[in-house]
Design a protein around this ligand. Structure first.
Ligand SMILES: [Zn+2]
Length: 418
């Protein structure tokens, strides 16, 4: 783990989780008409020009035929304008996203809601005004999708392109083309000499492509999650078999994939065709965490699981990595008994608070607080220097974390006997 990650890690994770929760909330909402407004603002967009845009939309909304929709859109825009007053010249780092509108609450009634998400995990790329019966959350969802960094290479014997896959974004970087002669030799050349020259030219081109890829990928080799190579056969196979790439990159090759073109568009095809391999790679880290957890559960003493046990270990500072199921949607209720003891219980978010008897004295205890379970656990983890890992349920052991261990487990730094 790099120093950078240690410093930014926990708060980044928390921020992502908080964003995810707001997005899930926003996805639930629907407007009875085209009346839910979403505005994406990049960090270099002046607030005054956003206000001008909103004012313009407000006046254009007067043309909306349905009185109800018209009023709702104008109310949403007014609410957004009010929020924009809190900002000076520019939005915060990475920009912000504003959501406002009258959402259906059933029975023909609606409720006005406004949410502002500041400084998303990736920069907002362009200004976007969107008015629909749903909020536009997709660009934000893409930012939250598990980030990965993959090197992309597409090549045939004449052309090559290299670039990055960053999260879900393909970034073409460099290209090269070769002077490899075609298969047809010119009259007068000996067949043998022609074949030799052609092979040499191919070899030179592969070397050139490898140099181009090395220049780009070697400095990032410790951050790269894998390398994808695309092209027609047998070019991509020759390129891999020939060990042209830097040896550390060579080991990172996730697979070879057929693509029809080797220009920039080939990089996009490559990512499409490697979809399964990428999904596996993404889950690989989660799998490794769960393997380590199970090994410790069966053969060691560095595993803890279940809310109460894991919380106790967290509190003692003995948890190295906190493993939380991505599907966990629970609350932690704090109880206090008349004798001054404090207990914590995890309950399903949609459930009412159950009766609780104090674990120390057995007296009936009162609820004094209720908060989101993940936030509760992450706060403890941050205070104790514990890393939090969110584990997908898209594989067997990930499902087990959710089903059999209550969605909460940990790998310990040292055994505590708890
Ligand atoms: Zn008590």
């Amino acid at each position: 783990m790099s120093k950078q990650e240690q410093e930014d890690g926990p708060s980044e994770d928390r921020k992502k989780y908080e964003f995810r929760k707001v997005i899930e909330e926003l996805q639930e909402y629907e407007g009875s008409g085209t009346q839910l407004v979403t505005i994406y603002v990049p960090e270099d967009k002046q607030i005054s020009s956003v206000v001008a845009h909103v004012t313009q939309e407000h006046s254009e909304a007067s043309n909306i035929k349905s009185k109800q929709t018209r009023t709702n859109v104008q109310d949403a825009l007014k609410s957004i304008k009010d929020r924009l007053r809190y900002y000076e010249t520019y939005p915060p780092e990475n920009g912000m996203v504003l959501f406002s509108g009258a959402v259906d609450t059933g029975g023909g009634r609606s409720d006005m809601i406004t949410r502002v998400l500041e400084s998303p995990p990736e920069p907002v790329e362009s200004f976007r005004y969107h008015c629909d019966s749903e909020f536009l959350t997709e660009p934000l969802e893409n930012m939250l999708a598990d980030k990965g960094l993959y090197g992309l290479i597409v090549l045939d014997r004449r052309e090559a392109n290299v670039g990055w896959l960053k999260g879900k974004r393909v970034v073409p970087v460099k290209s090269a083309s070769s002077l490899v002669p075609g298969k047809q030799r010119k009259g007068g050349q000996s067949a043998q000499r022609f074949a030799r020259l052609r092979l040499e030219a191919i070899d030179n081109f592969y070397q050139e492509v490898a140099e181009m890829a090395n220049e780009l990928f070697v400095p990032k080799r410790h951050e790269i999650d894998g390398i994808l190579v695309g092209g027609p056969s047998p070019t991509k196979e020759e390129f891999e078999d020939g060990d042209y790439l830097h040896h550390e990159l060579q080991e990172e090759i996730l697979g070879l994939f057929d693509v029809a073109y080797t220009d920039e568009s080939g990089l996009y095809d490559l990512v499409d065709n490697a979809e399964d391999a990428l999904a596996d790679a993404e889950i690989m880290k989660d799998k490794a965490e769960m393997e380590e957890f199970f090994e410790n559960l069966y053969d060691g003493d560095l595993a803890t699981y279940g809310f109460a046990q894991t919380r106790q270990n967290l509190n003692m500072g003995s948890v190295d990595r906190l493993l939380i199921s991505e599907d966990l949607r629970s609350d932690v209720v704090t109880f206090e008994c008349p004798n001054g003891h404090t207990d914590y219980e995890m309950v399903d978010s949609s459930d009412d608070t159950p009766d609780h008897a104090c674990s120390e004295c057995g007296e009936s205890a009162e609820e004094t607080d209720r908060e989101d379970a993940i936030e509760h656990l992450m706060t403890l983890a941050e205070q104790r220097g514990t890393e939090t890992k969110f584990i997908s349920t898209d594989f067997e052991k990930g499902e087990q974390l959710y089903d059999a261990f209550g969605g909460v487990a940990g790998i310990l730094r040292y055994s505590t006997g708890v």
